[in-house]
Design a protein around this ligand. Structure first.
Ligand SMILES: Nc1nc2c(ncn2[C@@H]2O[C@H](COP(=O)(O)OP(=O)(O)OP(=O)(O)O)[C@@H](O)[C@H]2O)c(=O)[nH]1
Length: 110
């Protein structure tokens, strides 16, 4: 989960500050809410910079890739444990069995 504060330009917009009934959220408010969610906090303004919006997608993409690779590592290690227990060998020795080697080569990524 990423928490994204949008329209960050309104924080410094004089018209918004003097005429709007709503007060823009401060960086600290956004950041604290993100902490409660255990999520990174980012801000952007499509009005000020297209790059800032692109950066959000960049960070979100990297977060997805990292999450996927973590999940794959978790899946791999749980499969290794299963294989080891299936082969009846002790994992704590760190010895790679022939069974593990041949199975690892046959895995398919979807
Ligand atoms: N000040 C400011 N206004 C913005 C920004 N991004 C969008 N707006 C304005 O917000 C309004 C809504 O923008 P949209 O791009 O239509 O937002 P949306 O949420 O996709 O709206 P829908 O397409 O109706 O779902 C428009 O008047 C935009 O000009 C921003 O970064 N800063």
């Amino acid at each position: 989960v990423l928490l994204v504060g949008c329209k960050s330009d309104l924080r410094t917009d004089l018209f918004t500050r003097s005429h709007s009934r709503h007060t823009p959220v401060s960086y600290d408010q956004g950041s604290n809410t993100a902490k409660q969610l255990s999520a990174p906090y980012l801000e952007c303004s499509s009005l000020q910079s297209e790059n800032s919006v692109r950066d959000i997608f960049h960070v979100a993409t990297l977060a997805c890739i990292n999450e996927n690779s973590k999940n794959m590592k978790r899946r791999k290690s749980s499969r290794a444990t299963k294989r080891t227990s299936h082969s009846g060998r002790d994992v704590s020795t760190g010895v790679t069995t022939h069974y593990q080697q041949t199975k690892a080569k046959s895995c398919a990524l979807m």
